[in-house]
Design a protein around this ligand. Structure first.
Ligand code: ZN
Length: 317
């Protein structure tokens, strides 16, 4: 089968891969840490990694590259509107990388790319309508509707991390990285959870949370909350109940609105059969439209870290 080239671009690391477009298998991978986040430096590092992956896979030439990027992208133009992890606003990344490589470049949000990868080769293989709900350091979704990636009119569909939620009474209103108040991500994203735990520990509200083992005593994040919850800590259990209400409602709303046959759970907060995942599933079951739930199967993402780069390569096909 023909090989396709994909690039998964994060805030500090990028991964370029040549994949077999028929099976999704990775033929060659180049992973690069990019300390310099300026667009020119990232374009140089990305172009080098893509060329090396193509060479390593034995490709004699290429005309297209797909990119999945953590940020809001106008996919049709390759313009990155806003990528907080990279500190970019209105960067014509697709055009710059295209010029550097002498190839056509298609850019999409990383979760859109991951949803495409899961749809073709992973947890949503063979279904027409699938939603990927991701909860890691941030919260977002990728949508495949009618067998096609759905990116919306401006390329920013699926930004479920920025839908507005009402937390429990007594929980302070929190500002999101996007600048607005009361976004889901400001309560249920990993960075936000870590910030909240820091505040609660400083205020003596989380006596059972001791911080990361062997590390920074202030560094208690989602993994420590998950472990404390499993050990019976009441603060951790209450926090997970609250986060699960918000994530579970968001999942239920997505399913009620879009009626997918697969809801794919991804990201560190939801992968690996966590307690949080079980709570989110229970909340989803209680809150989703019963009619939409009839055709729904909830599964964990199958491709792991590879979903983004595999989906990115599919964008180029
Ligand atoms: Zn937001």
């Amino acid at each position: 089968m023909p090989l396709a080239l994909g690039l998964d671009l994060g805030g500090t690391n990028l991964r370029a891969a040549a994949i077999d477009a028929g099976s999704g298998a990775l033929a060659a991978v180049r992973k690069v840490h990019h300390a310099d986040r300026r667009p020119g430096a990232v374009v140089d590092a990305a172009a080098r990694a893509v060329r090396e992956a193509a060479d390593a896979a034995g490709m004699t030439g290429f005309s297209a590259v797909g990119v999945g990027l953590a940020g809001q992208c106008l996919g049709s133009t390759g313009l990155v509107l806003n990528a907080p992890n990279l500190g970019w606003r209105d960067v014509p990344f697709g055009e710059l990388l295209g010029r550097a490589l002498g190839a056509r470049v298609r850019v999409a949000n990383d979760l859109s790319a991951a949803a495409l990868g899961e749809h073709r080769f992973g947890a949503a293989r063979g279904v027409e309508d699938a939603v990927l709900l991701f909860a890691g350091s941030g919260v977002g979704a990728g949508l495949v509707l009618g067998g096609r990636l759905h990116e919306g009119a401006g390329g920013v569909a699926g930004e479920v991390g920025h839908v507005k939620v009402r937390p429990r009474p007594g929980t302070a209103e929190r500002r999101c990285g996007c600048g607005q108040l009361s976004c889901l991500e400001a309560y249920a994203g990993g960075h936000a959870i870590a910030a909240r735990v820091r505040e609660d520990r400083a205020a003596g509200r989380a006596p059972g949370l001791l911080g990361a083992p062997g590390g920074d005593p202030a560094g208690a994040g989602p993994a420590e909350v998950e472990a404390a919850c499993a050990a019976g800590d009441r603060y951790a259990a209450a926090l997970w109940e609250e986060v699960a209400e918000l994530l579970g409602d968001a999942a239920a709303n997505l399913v009620t609105l879009l009626n997918p046959s697969r809801l794919i759970l991804g990201g560190g907060l939801l992968l690996g059969g966590t307690r949080l995942q079980a709570l989110v599933r229970a909340r989803l079951a209680a809150r989703v439209s019963a009619s939409a739930a009839r055709s729904l199967v909830v599964v964990e993402a199958a491709l792991g870290d590879d979903a983004g780069v595999v989906g990115a390569a599919l964008l180029a096909v």
